[in-house]
Write a protein that binds this ligand. Structure first.
Ligand code: COA
Length: 156
């Protein structure tokens, strides 16, 4: 059975495992220290064990930035990420933030390719915001542009 709750200290090794299994460029221990200091996270659990996570922070300029959303492969396409995003919306409402923001590497916006995110973002009603963020990411030493997606936070 799937449940959703705020992440706790005891979830740390599950979150690291989700990250490693979902991203080629998983966070380093230093990245995790930064995340623990500045971000909040919610988890989706399957029979009590986290299988998905959303990590986000308040930018204090009206936005909640979602830094990562990930769901372990066997649990995908069950609506888990949609519900994690809904939890971000609830958090945003509590803080009177007006929108969710997600910055996505350009290489993950290629419809038809296995790790394309554009259809998923469209299904969740995120919209592209211009301009592109030039060289926002660095993958294996190579710079890559970031595409800003936003979702207005519904009032109710
Ligand atoms: C992207 C990701 C988080 C989606 O998780 P998920 O739990 O499978 O997504 P959901 O089941 O909530 O999908 C929500 C909607 O998006 C659609 N969708 C999900 N993945 C999709 C894909 N790869 N292509 C097209 N549509 C997709 C679903 O069909 C669903 O639409 P519906 O509600 O109209 O049926 C997951 O694939 C993942 O962890 N990917 C690797 C990490 C990553 O790239 N994260 C995002 C950037 S930080």
């Amino acid at each position: 059975m799937i449940d959703f709750r705020a992440a706790e200290q005891k979830d740390a090794h599950y979150l690291i495992d989700i990250d490693i299994k979902c991203f080629d460029d998983a966070w380093t221990p230093e990245d995790w220290r930064h995340v623990a200091k500045y971000c909040v996270a919610c988890v989706a659990t399957w029979n009590g064990a986290p299988v998905g996570m959303a990590v986000f922070y308040n930018d204090f300029m009206g936005s909640i930035e979602i830094v990562k959303v990930a769901v372990k492969r066997p649990y995908r396409n069950m609506g888990i990420a949609r519900r994690l995003i809904f939890n971000c919306i609830l958090y945003a409402r509590e803080l009177y933030a007006r929108r969710l923001v997600m910055i996505v590497p350009e290489s993950k916006l290629r419809p038809g390719e296995p790790d394309d995110l554009s259809e998923w973002l469209k299904a969740l009603r995120f919209r592209v915001q211009v301009p592109l963020l030039k060289d926002y990411f660095t993958f294996y030493g190579e710079p890559e542009d970031g595409v800003v997606f936003t979702l207005p936070v519904p009032l109710t």
